[in-house]
Design a protein around this ligand. Sequence first.
Ligand code: BDR
Ligand code: CA
Length: 310
Amino acid sequence: MSRKIIIDTDPGQDDAVAILLALASPELEVLALTAVAGNVPLPLTQKNTRQIVELSGLKTPVYAGCDAPLKRKLVTAEYVHGKTGLDGIPLPDPTYPLQPQHAVDYIIDTLRAHAPGTITLCPLGPLTNIATAFQRAPDIIPKVAEIVLMGGGCFEGGNVTPAAEFNIYVDPEAADIVFKSGVPLVVMPLDVTHKALTSRAWVEGMRALGTPVGTAVASWTDFFERFDTAKYGSDGAPLHDPCVIAYLLEPSLFTGRHINVEIETGSELTLGMTVADWWRVSGREPNAMFMGGVDRDGFYRLLTERLGSL
Ligand code: BDR
Ligand code: CA
């Protein structure tokens, strides 16, 4: 039986690869994609999401959600993802429609309509949609099977400030609600994703597929890579968000610890930091499976196998 998931996303080239990986995988039933403001404003993230679905050739519904964080002004990342959020190969304007319902209402209605423990949420951007749904309808919280998300950092520090990773930094109050919700959490922080770097051979392998998906993935990773190469001096680009989907497909690719993670919402200096109690010194109850390692070869093998099938 396939696992039912909702992907909450702010594409983003790495979000796009994650979405395609999920859509290509029969073990997963993607009920919907819900867009949130993040890498770029909402009008672009919902449009990009529809372009990605159109590219896949499938008919997964797309909903638009919150256009701003709970309490703060939106911070975007065009400097990483380009002005469209999905710079790389130009894609045609989507003909695929946006669903009329608000993403938050969709998440609430869907969780209420399903048996407890049957839906997994996969946030790939700021946690605004998920936290808004939890605030508005606390009855859905115990119904969520698990949340597997990309966000945060421990030993790796942050990528927006020395302390904070982008998805958590953009909406720390939303992250705080999710991390305190009691829902079982699996977290893919920068400690993992900075080890999931593309290689030249992998990107060229994608291009050599000669399919629309292969060509798009190669052009997106090429675009994304120029930023990370300049910033970190690394050889490839970190495919952050696909780690979430890869975990659902092959959890043994990842290693981590079940620990307490709290979100900093007060300090100006460390706003959005995931205070991860890796050494279990706080005495606070564990609330998250916080990952630290990935089998990079296995991860790229899985991506090649699945993306090649689209
Ligand atoms: C996260 O921020 C975004 O730029 C990426 O899509 C990823 O979700 C990495 O910090
Ligand atoms: Ca993202």
